[in-house]
Design a protein around this ligand. Structure first.
Ligand code: ZN
Length: 314
């Protein structure tokens, strides 16, 4: 067996009140329904554990591979697969939410990890906006705005365009608005505190809110609007463009046109997603919607075709 074999994964899907059908109509996934909110492309989380497709590990869950073959992942020091890669189709607005950091989640959520996440905007409606940050200057004002329901004063909406990148550190108020298709790289965690849900009902009832936890973890004041959305400025081809790097992940992208060699040496392993077009990587045919892992010891990815790749490394 070739120890540098590319590991392809079959995604998991989740259906939500705000989901749409673009994961089928735009991404080509074989999933029915008009409420498909999320495709978990690379995940070993218990709420959606992806299955290896083809090759030596065909049929194994990613969580099993993580435990049974740590050499694939460079013996990365973590008791669980650390990242989760999703594609999200928001037909309607998501609730306004915030995530705790590792320390708060460890104490208040049974040792769970906190959640740092980031968004790469794959497509959005013209004049689209996103909720990032808030307008409270300190904790007192934050409490007052939330407890008295001054949502229009509280929520900060920022304009977005295709190609923008947004880092959501723990404590950042955020929400995806309807008409947005994005790729999310995040810590493998599910801990979300819902601050406000637009007073919507699901099966006749409001969804649970977590007001006290939210007030605990929301950072005041918020990061400036200018720092919160990183606009796309570089359209060059066949060049690795780093989108963001933090202690949990480095996310980059490349527009491949023809042939390109991507140096991935030095990372424990590399996760890639094809977000546009088609082609090949290290001799394997790939197309829009594919997600795969390049194992430890793979020094380069030889890409060919006409496509966009987004890659995430721990
Ligand atoms: Zn979130």
């Amino acid at each position: 067996m070739d120890s540098n074999e590319v590991i392809f994964l079959t995604p998991c899907f989740s259906h939500t009140i705000w989901g749409g059908n673009k994961l089928r109509t735009v991404f080509g996934y074989d999933e029915s329904g008009d409420d498909i909110g999320e495709c978990w492309g690379v995940s070993a989380h218990p709420s959606g554990d992806c299955t290896v497709r083809g090759g030596a590990y065909d049929g194994k869950k990613l969580s099993e591979l993580w435990k049974e073959a740590p050499e694939i992942f460079g013996s990365f020091d973590s008791d669980r697969f650390p990242l989760l890669i999703k594609i999200i189709d928001a037909r309607d607005d998501l609730s306004i939410q915030v995530h705790p950091d590792d320390e708060y989640a460890g104490v208040h959520e049974n040792g769970s990890l906190g959640k740092t996440e980031c968004w790469y905007i794959l497509d959005c409606d013209e004049d689209a906006t996103i909720v990032v940050g808030h307008n409270a200057k300190d904790k007192e004002e934050l409490k007052d705005m939330i407890k008295s329901g001054r949502w229009n004063d509280f929520i900060r909406l920022l304009p977005i365009r295709k190609g923008d990148f947004i880092q959501i550190d723990p404590g950042t108020v955020h929400a995806i608005k309807g008409g947005t298709l994005l790729l999310e790289t995040q810590q493998s965690s599910d801990i979300t505190y819902r601050v406000y849900d637009y007073d919507r009902l699901q099966n006749g009832l409001p969804r649970q809110l977590h007001i006290d936890q939210s007030i605990d973890v929301i950072v005041t004041p918020a990061k400036s609007a200018e720092e919160s959305v990183i606009h796309r400025t570089d359209d060059s081809k066949n060049r690795v463009i780093e989108l963001y790097s933090c202690k949990y992940y480095t996310v980059s992208r490349m527009s491949v046109d023809g042939e390109a060699v991507i140096d991935i040496s030095g990372a424990p392993f590399t996760i890639m997603s094809v977000t546009e077009g088609e082609g090949s990587v290290n001799g394997n045919n790939i197309k829009k919607g594919d997600h795969f892992i390049l194992p430890h010891g793979t020094d380069e990815a030889k890409a060919a075709g006409n496509m966009e790749l987004v890659f995430s490394r721990p």
